[in-house]
Structures are given as structure tokens and as C-alpha cells.
Design a protein around this ligand. Structure first.
Ligand code: GLV
Ligand code: MN
Length: 223
């Protein structure tokens, strides 16, 4: 078959499509900031993608400080873990800076259940105890590692992952994200505790089980 010449309309059209698609990866991440900072004014309206800036004249050192991750979270939940977030909503100083963190506390045997972050890659740093950390690729390959104090594991953007405390005592990890608001789709809650709820016939066919199993999961996980 003949290759299109560099002046043919097909060649020019292909070049145009490639040129239009090239900037997509950068558009799909948190944008770079255009100024030193933009402390979020969470009360401003109308809402925009991100948050407008608090007037610089009203910004103080406290806007760049957050004490919310210093306290141990309550791990008596059904999963035996607790997540405390330092994202733009709890720490408005992060607005436009493209970063955020979580503190994750684990009771003995606790799990941070299967979830994914649609807007960020995550790094997990263990501060106390021993965690099994894993993620699954879109090709259904499972990668996992046992982490002890000081170890780091990276979870690529958007992939389903978890952490489980496999040590003899409590565990603690700090996670960081390349987004000011990574978002989290927690699979058990997404699937079985959504409002309104996903119809049973979708879930029974998806998971190849009967209504009894789905009803039991819905009643366990629904609030
Ligand atoms: C852990 O996976 C977290 O999202 O903080
Ligand atoms: Mn996560």
C-alpha cells in the first residue's frame, strides 16, 4: 500500500488529530499554579472547578498550617481502619498546589478497603506496624508488598487498591497524592451502599450470585 505523502489531506488530518491530543495528559491532572498560592475561599459562589482565592491581604501563616493529622483516628468502624484527610476541603491552603495527604490508622487486623482515586497517584509511607498493600491493574494483575516502618509503596492513578494491617499491634500510615482532592471510590460502599441503590438484578448478574447474597451485603454495608 502507498504511504500518504506529507502534503496529502489524510496526512495533514492525522497530524492535526495528534497535535490536538498531545496536551490531554496535562489537562487531565491538577493544573499547574499560576501564582505562589491561592488559599481557597470555600464559601465563595458560584462554585468553579477548584476554588477561588481568598484575598492575599487576608492570608496569614495559619492558612499554610494544618494540625488535623496529628491525632489518632477512631478505628472502631466495621473495617477496623480510619482515614483522616488533609485535602483542599479540610486544608484550604492546598488549593491549586496539586498535593494532599491522608492519615490512615489501623486496628489489629483492620483493612482500608478496596478503593480507587480517580484523580491521583498515591504513595503510602508506613510509620508504625506492618501492612500488606496491594493494587490491581486494568489487566487484572495483582501487585502487593508487605511494608514495615519507613517503607513506601506507590499506587498508580485510578487503580483499585487496599492496605491491611497484618502486624501484631496497631498500624499507622501516611499517604500522599498528586491532587488537592484525589477523590475515593470505596468499592464496597459504591456497589452496595449507593443512594439510590443499584438494582439487585444488575448486581446478581454481575457477581453471579443470588438475591440473598446481594441483600445481605446491602444490609451489612448500608448505613
Ligand atoms: C489509602 O489508600 C488512602 O487513600 O489514604
Ligand atoms: Mn488510597
Amino acid at each position: 500500500m502507498k504511504n500518504p505523502s506529507s502534503s496529502s489531506p489524510i496526512y495533514m488530518l492525522s497530524c492535526l488529530v495528534v497535535l490536538l491530543l498531545l496536551p490531554l495528559p496535562s489537562i487531565l491532572a491538577d493544573p499547574d499554579s499560576l501564582q505562589d498560592f491561592c488559599v481557597a475561599d470555600l464559601s465563595a459562589s458560584p462554585s468553579v472547578n477548584g476554588f477561588p482565592c481568598k484575598p492575599a491581604s487576608k492570608v496569614t501563616s495559619d492558612d499554610f498550617f494544618f494540625d488535623g493529622l496529628s491525632k489518632e483516628g477512631d478505628t472502631t468502624s466495621r473495617f477496623g481502619s480510619n482515614l483522616t484527610t488533609a485535602n483542599v476541603l479540610s486544608f484550604p491552603g492546598l488549593n491549586t498546589l496539586g498535593v494532599s495527604m491522608n492519615r490512615v490508622d489501623f486496628a489489629i487486623g483492620g483493612v482500608n478497603p478496596l478503593h480507587s482515586h480517580p484523580r491521583a497517584t498515591e504513595t503510602v509511607l508506613v510509620i508504625k506496624g506492618k501492612l500488606l498493600v496491594g493494587f490491581v491493574t486494568t489487566g487484572n494483575v495483582f501487585y502487593s508488598k508487605v511494608l514495615t516502618v519507613g517503607n513506601i509503596f506507590v499506587i498508580p492513578k485510578g487503580l483499585v487498591h487496599f492496605q491491611r494491617n497484618i502486624g501484631k499491634g496497631k498500624a499507622l500510615a501516611f499517604t500522599s497524592f498528586n491532587s488537592q482532592l484525589p477523590g475515593a471510590a470505596v468499592l464496597p460502599l459504591n456497589l452496595f451502599a449507593s443512594k439510590p441503590s443499584i438494582p439487585n438484578n444488575v448486581l446478581t448478574k454481575t457477581f453471579q450470585v443470588g438475591d440473598d447474597v446481594i441483600n445481605s451485603l446491602k444490609s451489612k454495608l448500608g448505613s
